[in-house]
Design a protein around this ligand. Structure first.
Ligand SMILES: Cc1ncc(COP(=O)(O)O)c(C=O)c1O
Length: 466
């Protein structure tokens, strides 16, 4: 009897699947995933159905181009769908590599570690994880093991991720509420406050001070001496100084690491986001020999911390290709140059617009802050809106930016009056002109009462009450 030949397996073409089902995305999410997210998108009118991404841009169903100032929360530093990253990922699949053998060590991880550590000559070891939060979890464990202490100090308004350890170091109540109790012995101090840090370290029971060089929530930039003095205080008290560069790292602020602005050499540097090339989740901890020798101190503890997918070939190749692109396209320099231009241009708008109070940041991590107006008409409108829902004013800026100017920007945190610019580092001078014109126009419109912007405010208020 003849054995029937098996039917060839149909390959899943993700592009075809996407094209056939993208119109159902909001319904599918409402049905099977996070329905509240769909409500948010529909309320603010961001439900345009993006169909394509390239460089710093997104394209909707009608192929309208949007300038993306979120870059996937900072993931797309090298731009969306960079050809060099795509080719390097395809090459991993084509090479049929012996991925994740587990009882071997990864060649690509060795290469990525070597390249990353060359950027921080004061550190000698790398550990790879699958996300920013996982890098933070590793840092907490490594610091405790290395120092024999339990305490971790973190800052008000910090954001280090949403897994339990990382959440325990995240300052905003909105993320913590409903999930407590969190990890014990985590102590919160104000950001940019050296006296508070010294007081927290005094008892010598703190394993690590973990801090974002520039805080992502609010784009809070420290005083010039803060990080350097904080690192010195930590060293004096036997505490590890951990720089969470998950968002600020890899060129975002116009330096490869943000700590380089202030000449600081941390005991640990945490990376993630941009290292993925926008394609494969990854996290990294760079640290000292001494830390590793305390954590992985015997043969039977060789796997005492790790994760099944850590160091997978696709992530490692994405990381190596990302570093290559950053260097070849001089993206750190581009972030520095265009960031300086944008910050200066946005600052120059302050005298023209009463409610525009401050512009701050470094490189392409920029915060544009608004504050309550003084003039009577505006004051009444602002208070009506802000009493009902703190931070709602910023939506009066982000919605017209999106609808009228095709710019996608975010509010820099819950209840915040700061809009954050976190574009891809491949931004061009023309993109900067696009941003400057759009912000100037929308901010000017928000100062007209009555006007279209405040009518939008009324609609948002009505929606919020529903
Ligand atoms: C500074 C910082 N640390 C950690 C994280 C957590 O990273 P992930 O979302 O990859 O877990 C983030 C994410 O936004 C971050 O900005």
């Amino acid at each position: 009897m003849l054995t029937p030949t098996p039917k060839p397996l149909a390959t899943i073409d993700a592009g075809d699947l996407f094209a056939a089902h993208e119109v159902e995305r909001y319904d599918m999410h409402s049905r099977h995933l996070n329905a509240q997210m769909v409500r948010v998108l529909k309320t603010i009118g961001f439900d345009v159905g993006f169909c394509r991404g390239a460089g710093a841009y997104l394209y909707d169903r009608d192929d309208v181009r949007y300038l993306d100032l979120l870059s996937g929360f900072g993931v797309f530093a090298v731009g969306r769908n960079h050809p060099a990253i795509r080719e390097s990922l395809k090459s991993v699949l084509d090479a049929e590599l012996p991925n994740l053998v587990q009882m071997d060590v990864s060649t690509l991880a060795g290469l990525l570690a070597e390249r990353l550590l060359a950027k921080v000559p004061y550190l000698q070891r790398a550990f790879f994880a699958n996300s920013g939060a996982e890098a933070v979890e590793a840092a907490i464990k490594f610091a405790r093991a290395a120092t024999g202490r339990q305490g971790i100090v973190f800052c008000d308004h910090a954001f280090h991720g949403l897994t339990y350890g990382a959440l325990s170091l995240t300052g905003d109540e909105i993320f913590r509420k409903g999930f407590e109790p969190l990890l014990p012995d985590c102590r919160r101090i104000p950001f940019n406050d050296l006296a508070a840090l010294e007081e927290a370290l005094r008892r010598r029971d703190i394993a690590a001070f973990i801090v974002e060089p520039i805080q992502g929530k609010g784009v809070n930039v420290p005083d010039d001496h803060y990080l350097k003095d904080a690192a010195a205080l930590c060293r004096r008290h036997g505490t590890l100084f951990v720089a969470d560069e998950v968002q600020t790292g890899l060129g975002r602020t116009g330096r490869f690491l943000a700590v380089e602005h202030w000449g600081v050499e941390p005991d640990m540097v945490l990376l993630a986001k941009a290292l993925s090339g926008g394609h494969v989740p990854v996290g990294a901890v760079l640290t000292r020999d001494e830390v590793f020798s305390k954590v992985f101190d015997r043969m039977d503890r060789a796997v005492v911390h790790g994760s099944t997918f850590g160091k997978n070939d696709l992530a490692m190749a994405a990381g190596i290709a990302t570093l290559e692109v950053i260097e070849a396209e001089k993206l750190v320099e581009n972030a520095d140059r265009l960031g300086t231009r944008l910050i200066a241009a946005l600052k120059a708008m302050i005298p023209r617009h009463e409610m525009l109070s401050e512009v701050r940041g470094k490189g392409l991590m920029i915060g544009v802050e608004f504050a309550a107006p003084q003039s009577l008409k505006l004051k009444a409108a602002w208070h009506l809106l802000e009493t009902a829902n703190k931070g709602l004013f910023c939506q009066l800026i982000t919605i017209p930016l999106f609808k009228q100017h095709k710019i996608m920007a975010q509010v820099a945190g819950h209840g915040s009056h700061t809009i954050k610019l976190l574009p891809s580092l491949v931004l061009s001078e023309n993109d900067c002109t696009w941003i400057e014109t759009a912000f100037d126009t929308v901010i000017a419109d928000s100062h007209k009462v009555p006007g279209a912007v405040w009518s939008l405010g009324k609609t948002l208020l009505e929606n919020a009450r529903r």
